[in-house]
Design a protein around this ligand. Structure first.
Ligand code: HXC
Length: 518
């Protein structure tokens, strides 16, 4: 064998060892937990054969606690780039088979390298997390590594899409990197996120709770809102990340890719003319409206199980990516509360940062009231959504289907918040409040002073109020909405509005940054 042949054989051998990470036994243990390895996850995420790996031979530099005797090529994370549906994506996947995927300083350097390359090349960065947190043997050096990653998450925010998949433990301060990214996806039963685990919780507060109930996918996808997606298994989770990427541009200077469709842009749906019940207190399902107006009925919902009184997600309309925000009248009558405001404002800001037009479907009776909401700062949280819509410069098309009352009317992308095209269905009621509430405020003295005619006065005044305000025509008269449209034409009218708005240019005043009500 020549020296060159020997060198190549050594390389092949070293690569073969490196791809095994912590070794076959640990890979088996990983599989036994129902989890995939870092490399298996990357293979599922990227287009076949597109993975270009970096830093396969990086090793940690720690010499504490016998670490100098434990070296693995790659050191607990697999990093590189590849393509998803033909478009470049940078990726890191923590390898639990090497010291539990715990973060060493060198591992953070590998992660930071791909994060920097993602920004430099204007491509999304996807992190697949499965780690025991800071590598204990490295002390402050491991913490510094987290700091380096967090700073890059912050600087990349609004420049490239950042997506975090949680495929195993994610504890301590490590949870803050996913929290700083745009979307977090968790896998049911095998992933969890918390600041401290059940044992520490018990010793500090006495509370007994399982890992799943403390920080499992269901908890974060429905109660805290920390996770935007909860997948049944890893395959589904990675497929969701691929699907999500298909709606997004590569960076903040580009448009999302156009997805050709055979769904006619001028398709009408007669059933929409019948969807709003005659009784204004009866609910209907907003998903039916969304699926009816978007291309091929395809809708990627974000935060499906969190704050279900508002719906947010991505769709295509005549091939263009749009962000849909819609009140859901069948949950809490579609009222806005703290969580709905947080959920929608984050989504609106993401869409605005990445040039994705907003389509808003309104049926909102107002903000939810009461001490729980007030003590939880519904004022500040509601203001977030107000702020998000008001600062957004992407095309904004709004359709009011039914109720649009009070502050919630203003918040939901009204004309005065620089809504571009605002349509209303004939069933729209755009007013300060509903008829019952208004009559009670305006005529309570009159009603109380004449108990015999109380019902009569109430009915009379209600009718007067309804004729004046429970329709879209007062708003249309003032130009606050641009047109009253037949529901069945909604798809066509929204698409046409978006086509005309495609060249929209709007700037914000120069500033260091805004001070939105956090
Ligand atoms: C070094 C670690 C490690 C860590 C796990 N390992 N976590 N090594 N530093 N943080 C090692 C284990 O010693 C073991 O090595 C291997 O990884 C697999 O771990 P197991 O415990 O056998 O696996 P499992 O039973 O599945 O439990 C996984 C686990 C548990 C729940 C993650 O390992 C654990 O609780 N780890 C510590 C979590 C933690 O408290 N991390 C620090 C959080 S604070 P061997 O050689 O035996 O296979 C933090 C600060 C960040 O991260 C601050 C940012 C600002």
């Amino acid at each position: 064998m020549s020296i060159q042949q020997e060198n190549i054989a050594k390389l092949v051998d070293r690569r073969a060892k490196a791809v095994l990470g912590g070794g076959e036994k640990r890979i088996e243990a990983q599989h036994a937990k129902g989890k995939k390895t870092a490399r298996e996850r990357i293979a599922l995420l990227l287009d076949e054969g597109s993975f270009e790996e970096f830093d396969m031979f990086v090793q940690h530099r720690c010499t504490n606690f016998g670490m100098e005797k434990q070296h693995f090529d790659g050191d607990g994370v697999v990093t590189g780039c590849g393509t998803v549906n033909g478009r470049p994506v940078y990726v890191f996947a923590q390898d639990f088979t090497v010291t539990g995927g715990s973060l060493s300083k060198t591992m953070s350097e590998k992660i930071c390298k791909v994060m920097d390359m993602a920004v430099k090349n204007g491509a999304p960065c996807v992190g697949l997390n499965d780690s025991g947190g800071a590598r204990i043997q490295e002390g402050i050096d491991a913490l510094a590594g987290y700091g380096e990653i967090f700073e890059r998450n912050i600087l990349s925010s609004g420049v490239i899409p950042q997506i975090s998949g949680i495929f195993g433990p994610c504890a301590g301060g490590a949870v803050y990197s996913p929290a700083l990214t745009d979307f977090t996806l968790m896998v049911k039963d095998t992933s969890y996120m918390f600041l401290t685990g059940p044992a520490v919780v018990k010793s500090v507060t006495g509370e007994e709770v399982s890992q799943e109930d403390l920080g499992g996918a269901s908890v974060h996808a429905s109660k805290s809102g920390v996770a935007h997606f909860a997948a049944e298994n890893e395959e589904e989770g990675i497929a969701t990340i691929r699907e999500l990427l298909s709606y997004l541009p590569q960076n903040n200077l580009e448009e999302a890719p156009v997805k050709p469709t055979s769904d006619p842009y001028n398709r009408v749906d007669d059933s929409l003319n019948e969807i709003v019940p005659d009784n204004p207190n009866k609910a209907y399902d907003m998903y039916r409206v969304i699926r009816s107006i978007v291309d091929d009925g395809a809708f990627l919902e974000v935060h499906r199980n969190f704050a279900r009184n508002i719906i947010v997600g991505f769709a295509h309309m005549n091939g263009r990516s749009v962000g849909v925000v819609a009140n859901q009248p069948s949950i809490l009558a579609g009222a806005l509360d703290i969580n709905a405001s947080r959920k929608a404002s984050r989504f609106v800001r993401f869409c605005d940062a990445f040039n994705i037009p907003l389509v808003t479907l309104v049926d909102v009776p107002g903000f939810l009231c009461g001490t729980r909401q007030e003590y939880g700062a519904i004022i500040t949280n509601g203001a977030k959504l107000l702020y998000a819509y008001g600062e957004a410069t992407v095309p904004k098309v709004t359709v009011t289907l039914r109720k649009s009352y009070g502050g919630a009317h203003i918040v939901m992308s009204c004309k005065q918040l620089r809504g571009d095209i605002n349509y209303a269905w004939p069933s729209a009621e755009i007013a300060v409040m509903g008829a019952d509430g208004a009559v009670n405020v305006l005529y309570s003295k009159e009603i109380k002073s004449d108990p015999e005619r109380a019902d009569e006065i109430f009915a009379e005044k209600k009718k007067e109020y309804e004729e004046l305000f429970s329709n879209p025509y007062q708003a249309a008269r003032y130009g606050y909405i641009d047109d009253v449209i037949e529901p069945r034409n909604t798809r066509f009218r929204v698409i046409r509005a978006l086509e005309f708005l495609a060249s929209k240019k709007q700037e914000l005043p120069a500033k260091k940054h805004d001070n939105l009500p956090l």
